[in-house]
Design a protein around this ligand. Structure first.
Ligand code: DX5
Ligand code: ZN
Length: 224
């Protein structure tokens, strides 16, 4: 099944001092979603944003805000991120014992629900919650930092996730080390949402970076 390609710049790689300007710039440059990486210094070895940053991003764009929670526990904070303006909220399968409940809570808040799986987590982790998710996020680096190298073994995992979900209306998102150079191969494996931090924000020309990613991804879908 071919799903629409979406490009989601990760503001982790943006200039935080000019966050609203940066969000507006990638919006105008043609991105589809804005990806916000929330880290707690506990589930992952780094600390980033909380709901106020989501609120700031919300004020700067009308495009969907895709909040990636790398926090444990996540459940006590879901409502705060929903209230701050998230449209999509993704929790990690490894972050708590009751993934099914977390996903129900997110949908209960009227938001699109996502589940992320770390590189070492088998795709089976999502086998029994497929009717509760809108997005499966395959981490293609170990979460915690931008600028890492894509882990090649994840191509196979993306293919397995794509086979598992079949025709279900679920987005397959990749996050970590994604660039125009590997986007075609990623898309050919079956992913359609491309989170990119460094490869967009390190390019002075955001529109060029987003267009290059999109073109590469669409070429990869053609190879399917
Ligand atoms: C990693 C984050 C990513 C990160 C990607 O823990 O979830 O979203 O910002 O950054 P790049 O694209 O630089 O690998
Ligand atoms: Zn992320």
């Amino acid at each position: 099944m071919i799903r629409d390609v979406k490009i989601a710049p990760s503001i982790l790689a943006a200039d935080f001092g000019r966050l609203d300007e940066e969000v507006r710039a990638v919006d105008e440059a043609g991105c589809d979603w804005i990806h916000v990486d929330v880290m707690d210094g506990h589930f992952v070895p780094n600390i980033t944003f909380g709901p106020p940053a989501v609120k700031a991003a919300r004020r700067a764009t009308a495009k969907p805000i895709d909040v990636h929670l790398m926090i444990a526990p996540a459940d006590p904070y879901l409502e705060a991120f929903a209230d701050a303006g998230a449209d999509r909220i993704t929790v990690h399968a490894e972050a708590g014992p009751h993934l099914d409940r977390s996903l129900q809570t997110i949908r209960g808040l009227g938001k699109k629900a996502g589940v992320a799986i770390n590189p070492a987590t088998p795709e089976d982790a999502v086998a029994y919650i497929l009717d509760r998710v809108d997005t499966i996020l395959v981490m293609t680096v170990n979460p915690g930092f931008g600028g890492q190298t894509f882990i090649p073994a994840m191509f196979d995992k993306i293919r397995r996730v794509a086979a598992m979900i079949g025709e279900a209306p679920i987005e397959i998102e990749v996050d970590g080390g994604v660039a125009a150079a590997n986007a075609a191969e990623i898309a050919a494996a079956g992913a359609n949402v491309f989170v990119a931090g460094s490869s967009i924000f390190e390019d002075r020309d955001y529109a060029h970076a987003i267009a290059a990613l999109r073109a590469a991804a669409m070429t990869g879908q053609g190879d399917e």
